[in-house]
Design a protein around this ligand. Structure first.
Ligand code: G16
Length: 549
């Protein structure tokens, strides 16, 4: 078939620098003239759409269903065809959760994939949009690649696009787009089969059959279809277990960020009389999770530690774990489990991309972050439903409540009280100035006392990847106290408005006493110290956080 490819003249557009996870901007910015096209061409220029023999590469394409994804998918397909790609596997309706996309990239041995999502950020004509490239291992492009893409955006002068009508993404099956194959696939089937291979579905099914009650909040984002198929259809959870289950372009006006603030309805239900046994929520693109027991919230850091300590109860992990990795701001609870198991522990910068090498090299099996992300080597993204299913598997085998499991865990390992305080949409220059002042104050902090706690060490976290030796600097200011408490300060790399200051607070209680305090109460001196040390109010004008997780 004759290709009608147009080379469109364009100019660099400022600000197309990927953050923690791809490029995220307000939707109207992405819908601006050439904005999406410039960035996609830059991706293709760096990755290449043909192999060294000139054969067209295969990519996966999908997203979380947010506003503009449908039209962006058509643009990306036409640009892939114009740049010489051979085949693109697309989720029906351009839908793919991020972990499902990662799985399809790996399962089909493709050359990578493009995921259209701004994750937990709200969606809609005036909200957020985002896009990122994942490599052939299924994981987010590493920093060297995203930096190369950014550099390319600074020099781009044209992009290539096919003149063609839209592909019918509602129809499962094969279509041709100017000589490029487009395979529209069921977004759920392969992912559900993967989950069935990892977990003891029979045991979980028996638990549901025995009256176990669960609430899963899809937050009107991408997880709904996956959760409905797996929990209700395959595992026999009661119809209606999954709520807000239809992905909507504006997420029904919800903020699909599974934390106690934004998943308030779920929290209310789980803390009410006659609460279900287990509650969970997922985010916009299905890679995050929050889990809650009846009357008890599980912090993501604790969730990682409990999952790691009990993973061997699930068939997919019965041989044990090779190692556990966590991002630096995540609490050290998982380290205690790694030490007890005698396996490797790794502390990486924030960003799932940093786990990729550890997983590929077989150094880590389970990874997790305080930002409600947990996952394993089954894909190269964090995976919300995977974490929910591993929890269900553990509950089905141990036949205990979430509260009992947590209590036993803390009794054995001690408890890392933990919380993150976010100060959102602050003036970017003021936030930078605060971080700069903190960095300069680092040498003088050692030995100083705050709220009765003496600083033992303070630094700006730098990471050398143990597999490829790459170095990432300025990954967050961390202050450690002699009593084991810790404060970390960093600016979010996923926001689209001003700056978000994240303050991570941690305090260790060895037990046996003092293991069941309210986290905010237990952390009071650490919170005060965090404000004093960084002079948060003086720099930003803020005294109270917008979000507490
Ligand atoms: C992304 C990254 C995570 C990171 C989170 C928060 O998640 O993949 O690794 O922890 O952002 O990053 P930040 O603190 O820089 O805002 P997601 O779910 O947004 O893709």
């Amino acid at each position: 078939m004759t290709q009608h490819v147009t080379a469109v003249a364009t100019q660099p557009i400022a600000g197309q620098k990927p953050g923690t996870s791809g490029l995220r901007k307000k939707t109207p910015v992405f819908m601006g003239r050439h904005y999406l096209e410039n960035f996609i061409q830059s991706i293709f220029d760096v990755i290449g759409c043909r192999d060294e023999n000139g054969k067209g590469k295969t990519f996966v394409l999908g997203g979380d269903g947010r506003y503009f994804n449908d039209r962006a998918a058509q643009v990306i397909l036409r640009m892939a065809a114009a740049n010489g790609a051979g085949r693109v596997i697309v989720g029906q309706g351009a839908i793919l959760s991020t972990p499902a996309a990662s799985h399809l990239i790996r399962l089909n041995k493709t050359d990578g994939g493009i995921i259209m999502s701004a994750s937990h950020n709200p969606g809609g004509p005036h909200e957020d949009w985002g896009v990122k490239f994942n490599m052939a291992n299924g994981g987010p492009a590493p920093e060297a690649k995203t930096e190369a893409m950014y550099q390319r955006t600074l020099e781009i002068s044209e992009y290539r696009i096919l003149e063609a009508q839209d592909v019918d993404l509602t129809r499962i099956g094969r279509q041709d787009l100017g000589g490029m194959i487009v395979d529209v696939v069921d977004p759920v089937a392969d992912y559900a089969a993967l989950m069935e291979s990892l977990f003891d579905f029979a045991a979980i099914r028996a638990m549901f059959a025995g009256g176990f009650r669960m609430r899963m909040d899809g937050m009107c984002a991408v997880t709904g279809p996956y959760a409905t198929e797996i929990l209700e259809n395959r595992l026999g959870a009661a119809p209606g277990t999954v709520v807000n289950k239809v992905p909507l372009p504006d997420f029904g006006g919800m903020h699909p960020d599974p934390n106690p603030t934004w998943a308030q309805a779920l929290m209310d239900e789980m803390f009410a009389d006659a609460a279900p046994d287990f509650g969970a929520a997922s985010d916009g693109d299905g890679d995050r999770n929050m889990v809650v027991g009846a009357g008890i919230y599980v912090s993501p850091s604790d969730s990682l530690a409990v999952l790691a300590a009990n993973a061997h109860l699930a068939p997919g992990y019965k041989a044990g774990l090779k190692g556990i990795a966590r991002s630096m701001p995540t609490s050290a609870a998982a380290d205690r489990v790694a030490d007890a198991l005698g396996i490797g522990k790794y502390e990486t910068p924030t960003g799932w991309k940093f786990f990729g090498n550890l997983l590929d090299a077989g150094k880590a099996t389970i990874c997790g972050e305080e930002s409600f992300g947990t996952g394993s080597d089954h894909v190269r993204e964090k995976d919300g439903l995977w974490a929910v299913l591993l929890w269900l598997n553990i509950l089905a085998v141990r036949k205990q409540s979430v509260a009992e499991i947590l209590a036993e865990h803390w009794a054995k390992y001690g408890r890392n009280y933990y919380s993150r305080h976010d100060f959102e949409a602050i003036d970017a220059a003021k936030a930078e100035a605060m971080m700069q002042a903190l960095r300069q104050a680092l040498p003088a902090l050692r030995g100083r006392k705050f709220d009765g706690m003496r600083v033992s060490t303070a630094d700006d976290f730098a990471y050398t990847d143990p597999v490829d030796g790459s170095v990432s600097v300025k990954q967050g200011v961390r202050v450690l106290f002699q009593d084991g408490s810790r404060i970390v300060y960093r600016l979010s790399g996923t926001g689209t408005e001003g700056a978000t200051l994240r303050v991570y607070l941690e305090r260790y209680a060895a037990g046996p006493d003092g293991l069941d305090l309210d986290a905010q109460a237990a952390l009071t001196p650490v919170i005060r110290a965090a404000h004093d040390m960084a002079e948060i109010a003086a720099h930003t004008g803020r005294t109270t956080p917008d979000v507490i997780t």
